[in-house]
Design a protein around this ligand. Sequence first.
Ligand code: ADP
Ligand code: MG
Length: 592
Amino acid sequence: MPIHRLDNQTINQIAAGEVIERPAAVIKELIENSLDAGAMHIHVSVEQGGLSSLIVQDNGEGISKEDLPLTIMRHATSKIQRMEDLESIATLGFRGEALASIAAVSKVSIQSKHVDAEHGWQLKTDGGSEPILLPTAIREGTRITVKQLFFNTPARRRFMKKPATEFNHVVRRIQTFALGHSSIGFHLEQSGKVIFDLVPATTDILQEKRLISLLGEDFLRAARHLEAQAASLSVRGWIAEPGYTRAERDQQYFFVNGRHITSQLLNHAIRQAYHDVAYGHRHPAFVLFLEIDPALIDVNVHPTKSEIRFRDGRGVYEFLSQQIHAVLAHVKPVSDAHRFISPKIMTVPDITPTQHRMAFSTPRETYSSVNFSVEVSSPGNNTETVLTVEEPPVHTEQKTSLGYAIGSLHHLFILAENEQGLIVVDTHAAHERILYEQLKKHYHRQNLGTQTLLTPIEIKLTLQEALCFEENEVVFESLGMDIRLSSDRCLLVRSTPLLLKSNAIDSMIRDIIAGLTHREKTTTLETIIQQALGTMACHSAIRGRHDLSLSEMNALLRQMETTEHSGLCNHGRPTWIQIPVEEVNRWFYRGR
Ligand code: ADP
Ligand code: MG
């Protein structure tokens, strides 16, 4: 077949495939236009999930009669003049192709009244046919009606899901805009039924209300505010503390200069910041707004404008992960414990008082908050000094404390009393976090220290383990271990870091190797080492039943108060909870 040029109609229909894949994508483009036009209220109504009809109406500046026919021309835009303008782009649109694409694959009516015009005008076109222009009654702004989406592109129409599914996409799209543009009112209805009506959130309280209606009360309760500034970059928003996670990535939102985007780079920065506090395979939740000099990003990466490139990706990555890390480091157990209380604890226990009685009538001890070290003995090991406080506590921002130990429960939990009531500490989890933070600190100061073992430990490896060890020998070296692999796949461990308990070394090294075998290709050395330090901490922490004296328990409590992330173990489980005395009163129907 000889070469021939495609007609405009076909070009537009092909191009439409890139921008407009479903009703939600049409709505996204229309809302972007409304926002660019300075609208304060955006009203969306759909029928059949937007497949049969959708309307987006705004109170923005409107379109003049002369401009109306241009709106549906490809590469016609009021937002940029030349390529360089993208370096200072402040609008969401700039490609001049959304309306042309939409008009090519549906029946469109654009009604609009420009602020300076006497009355409004309407443009109508079916699948990009010669447009008709008529006067119309419209008070202000722009109303765009899109009917029978993909009526002339059956291939695309067949890809549409059920109206309910399409509607879900529509809802999520609009909610995303509502999160990103809280000062704008958003209204959605389907078949005349109001789905939501979000008033402009002009005050802090309204803003919180909007967050709650979009992400739920639990999110807001767990949310930490974040605000930080660097030279050409700033970030603000909310990140949920690690105790609040999601099975899906459904509450992860990045806005860069007001544009909602997806970004591997930013995702990775978040994962880095949460990696040793997040629980299992669950996902953190956050809404983050980055403001960056437009000259330092490229927004013209994809027709849907949902991806961007950073000129200094590394810098953005580090800035973000550091800022989040800093916020998470201050998630102290003291103020947050109530969030971990499971609903079970809140109910009146169904047991008789005699069963419930425990003997803890020990007097309070005095303690000094600095420079103490405690011998902790656990079964099978009674030699190491595992708890050492080296520095006076630096955090004085919280006056409340974890209180004083009053006993232990089943030799697994420390019970303590503070002003608010009873504290229950999971000894292993708490000790694990303390050791982990100490190990990290020592590692970063390069003084993990080594202890030479009296008798070297031998560990027989499988072929796969041996290969993995060889590949990662440097990891063990950086951890201060002297380990050799002999020809018969036998590891000989001669020395280990000081903080390690010698009876755990065998299984610990196997666990580190197992972790290395299963790691993702992209994991950095730093992350690998952190994970190894985590494994070390877990193996060295007090395990199972223990017999701590009250002063040992108090030492642990004091260390928790000065340890970063001490409210969570490094697998993201809580290390302690607070049971307020009011709660205990309720158990006994006091004060009723
Ligand atoms: P782009 O947004 O990239 O410029 P579009 O095809 O989305 O391209 O829109 C084309 C032009 O139509 C815009 O540049 C703008 O001038 C005008 N326009 C579209 N929607 C509106 C609206 N709701 N209010 C005012 N002007 C609009
Ligand atoms: Mg646009």
